[in-house]
Design a protein around this ligand. Structure first.
Ligand code: SAH
Ligand code: SF4
Ligand code: F3S
Length: 439
């Protein structure tokens, strides 16, 4: 009989996709279970992006030790993902985990978990690994939308960011294997895929097959398959991509374009390789090709040397772009990065907190305004599941990536339905199913 594996995933969508790859790599010997209490092996897939993300995981590792690992039934506990390299020595010395595997070492998991092998840690980064032949086991999926990794690693070295160190050099996945993954998803009646990479715009295969080529080839596969992607780096967002997005109705009209800051001085210190002006020009281009598109972003408050004027520049950038959605963070120094080594984390904690609150307040207003503007419009939405708040409602998304909740009709999960928006909060649209769509 196969042993039971429980995977707990933290961090970004790429980790969610990786956990499905891990489930597949271990599937000869292990079957996924959804109750941690039944597990023979627990793997925690970790994120190192900010200090509080790491603290949360370390607490959880301690808790899992007490709950399961030190009991008679000896559950094996493993830490995988972006914290692996940074914490391997400490955690093994303190006997908090049995095995450790970094993001490029998942093929060695069967050996690391094998009682008869003495190896229990592998954090070596690769320049070629893309797990391209592994068909992920979609154990956490709703059966409608799936993630498809198209590249790994990052070469950008934004000065605050740990990802180039935890995930290594950028490499793209063979398009043939991407297509194969997607064909399997279509056969299984999936309706939406999200292409994942730290910077999908720099996807490149054999010198000339770029991200917009991949998007076009996949958009042509099946009209009923929606395509999304994350994340775009502003410096690489090309007009070619925007044209392809505009040309195919099944490519979703939403772009995540992390700005990080609205101040040129800060952007330069962050090594983002674009200016506020360049960024705004890219936003104008998005609006020109796809006036109906939504734009979301990531922002960091209180980066090294950020003045009140710089902060105001971020707020004014937000006002100018009028983002539909944003992820907003306080700067958190990460050891090993350029900023940790060369710049001073000199914005006081209470100033970071206040600036973040101001950013959040502007965004709340902007998200609400964006949703209010949709009242009266009819969107084609894809039903992804039941609303958490009420079993009488469906949870769906429109092409613009907005959540729409509406009373159940004869339709089922995985159907496309036209929904007219009747009311909203800053986070959600509410409506009802109708015959005709207007957007
Ligand atoms: N590759 C993506 C982002 C990946 S990390 C991109 O470049 O856009 C997701 C977000 O976490 C980043 O966009 C940034 O806003 C935030 N982030 C990264 N490092 C951080 C740090 N040290 N402190 C605070 N936020 C950070
Ligand atoms: Fe980090 Fe910058 Fe790479 Fe994004 S592009 S993962 S922020 S280094
Ligand atoms: Fe975190 Fe690693 Fe993703 S650091 S944000 S899990 S790439």
């Amino acid at each position: 009989m196969k042993k039971k594996l429980y995977i707990e995933t933290y961090g970004c969508q790429m980790n969610v996709a990786d956990s499905e790859v891990v489930a597949s790599i271990l599937s000869d010997e292990y079957v996924i279970c959804t109750d941690e209490k039944e597990a023979d092996v627990i793997l925690v897939n970790t994120c190192a992006i900010r200090e509080n993300a790491e603290q949360k995981v370390l607490k959880r590792i301690q808790e899992l030790n007490v709950l399961y690992r030190k009991k008679q039934k000896k559950v094996k506990l493993g830490l995988i993902g972006c914290m692996a390299e940074r914490f391997s020595t400490q955690l093994l010395k303190e006997d908090k985990v049995d095995i450790i595997a970094g993001p490029d070492a998942y093929r060695s998991l069967p050996i690391l978990l094998d009682e008869n092998e003495k190896d229990n840690v592998n954090t070596v980064l690769s320049t070629v690994e893309t797990y391209d032949d592994i068909i992920p086991i979609r154990y956490a999926s709703n059966g409608v939308a799936a993630f498809v990794s198209i590249m790994r690693g990052c070469n950008n070295f934004c000065s605050y960011c740990v990802v180039p160190y935890t995930r290594g050099r950028e490499r793209s996945r063979d398009p043939k294997t991407i297509m194969h993954d997607i064909e399997i998803l279509i056969e299984k009646a999936y309706k939406e895929i999200t292409f994942l990479g730290q910077n999908v715009n720099s996807y490149i295969w054999e010198n000339d097959y770029r991200f917009h080529h991949l998007m076009e080839d996949v958009a042509r596969l099946n009209q009923n398959l929606r395509i999304r992607f994350a994340t775009s780096h502003p410096k690489d967002l090309s007009d070619n991509l925007l044209k392809i997005m505009a040309a195919y109705p099944n490519i979703c009209k939403s772009i995540h374009l992390p700005a990080q800051s609205g101040s040129n001085q800060v952007l330069q210190k962050m090594n983002r390789k674009y200016t506020r002006e360049w960024y705004l020009e890219r936003v104008d281009a998005i609006k020109k090709y796809m006036p109906e598109a939504t734009i979301s972003t990531d922002l960091i408050a209180g980066f090294c040397g950020e003045t009140e004027e710089d902060h105001q520049a971020t707020l004014s950038l937000m006002q100018t772009v009028a983002y539909d959605y944003a992820f907003m963070f306080k700067y958190s120094e990460r050891s090993g990065t350029f900023a940790a080594k060369q710049l001073k984390d000199d914005v006081a904690e209470e100033v970071k907190t206040r600036r973040l609150e101001e950013i959040i307040a502007v965004q709340r207003n902007s998200s609400h305004k964006s949703n209010l503007a949709d009242i009266g419009k009819t969107f084609e939405v894809l039903i992804e599941g039941h609303s958490k708040r009420s079993a009488d409602f469906y949870f769906a998304r429109n092409s613009q990536n907005k959540v729409i909740v509406f009373p159940k009709t004869k339709h089922t999960i995985g159907d496309y339905v036209n929904v007219k928006v009747e009311s909203c909060t800053a986070a959600t649209l509410f409506g009802k199913a109708v015959e005709e769509k207007t957007i």
